[in-house]
Design a protein around this ligand. Structure first.
Ligand code: GUN
Length: 286
């Protein structure tokens, strides 16, 4: 079997187009949604992500500001920047790009972002709302994956879903969204005793480990839907996911490519979250 390729670029473009139309309508009513992206230091991958986020905002008609700060900024100074954005009426969404330099407490920084501007959905208040089935902002990557599964018509009710990776950014919120959709969810981590035995049970397999090509075709159930969140740069310069595409695509029924799979969806959902934050600020949605 050769898997169908789930085209994240195509779907994200459709979502971004819809966002652009909704933004245009808001603008005629005098409201321009605004996103602030805070980048601390000059991590090359983070710099690329931040540039892409700002460019996507501009293209969809949102206002965006990138705040670049020195890697050695003090935590106090960074928290002051975040508080300034919390109070800025032109800004409806705030994103602090992770990872942060080691001397900064990421949890404290995230908790300082106003929960109603937390378009990443990382604040404990948003994590708690998601966990209790009343989401405000869904974290962008898992949210984008749910949109992909929906557009592919993947039946989640009663399905076995296995999430490999238990991060706060992807693995844990992914599990919550799949659970809310009626899947039976297993979350694997680096201590999981027999990972292949777990992944081979999955009707839907989501992999977010940051370990290049660690999931091989023999670990995939025939006919499974495989979602690869990884973006890894190999020594030869190639980009690859956490799934070995060549072997997994022979076994799966559908699979996301890297690049062009989950990555573009993350940015599209960031725009959706920012737009909805702006609508909420104006009382146009609950
Ligand atoms: N680093 C990797 N992914 C993300 C993300 O979705 N949001 C933020 N803020 N940082 C990230």
């Amino acid at each position: 079997m050769t898997a169908r390729i789930i085209d994240g670029k195509l779907l994200s473009n459709a979502i971004k187009e819809e966002v652009a139309q909704r933004v245009a309508t808001l603008k005629t009513n005098g409201l321009t949604p605004g996103l602030a992206v805070v980048l601390v230091g000059e991590d090359p991958a983070s710099s690329v992500y931040v540039r892409n986020k700002a460019a996507a905002c501009e293209k969809a008609g949102l206002h965006s500001e990138v705040i670049r700060l020195q890697a050695d900024i003090t935590e106090t100074a960074l928290l002051d920047v975040v508080r300034g954005l919390n109070a800025n009426p032109r800004i409806h969404g705030i994103l602090v790009q992770l990872p942060l330099p080691a001397h900064l407490d990421a949890a404290k920084v995230i908790e300082t972002i106003a929960a109603d501007k937390d378009v990443d959905g990382f604040h404990i208040s948003n994590a708690g709302l998601l966990m209790t089935g009343q989401p405000l902002f869904r974290p962008c990557t898992p949210y984008g994956i749910m949109k992909m599964l929906e557009s592919e018509g993947v039946a989640l009710r009663g399905a076995e879903a296995v999430v490999v990776g238990a991060s706060n950014i992807v693995g844990k919120p992914m599990a919550m969204l799949l659970l809310a959709a009626g899947a039976t969810v297993t979350i694997c981590n680096s201590k999981t005793r027999d990972l292949p035995a777990q992944t081979r049970r999955a009707d839907v397999l989501v992999v977010a480990t940051g370990r290049p090509e660690m999931i091989t075709g023999d670990m995939v159930k025939p006919g499974a839907v495989v979602i690869d969140v990884g973006i890894n740069r190999l020594p030869d310069g190639r980009l690859t996911g956490d799934v070995e595409f060549a072997s997994a695509s022979q076994v799966a029924s559908a699979i996301t490519p890297v690049p062009g799979g989950v990555g573009p969806m993350t940015i599209a959902m960031l725009l959706v979250n920012t737009l909805e934050a702006a609508e909420r600020s104006a009382g146009l949605r609950v």
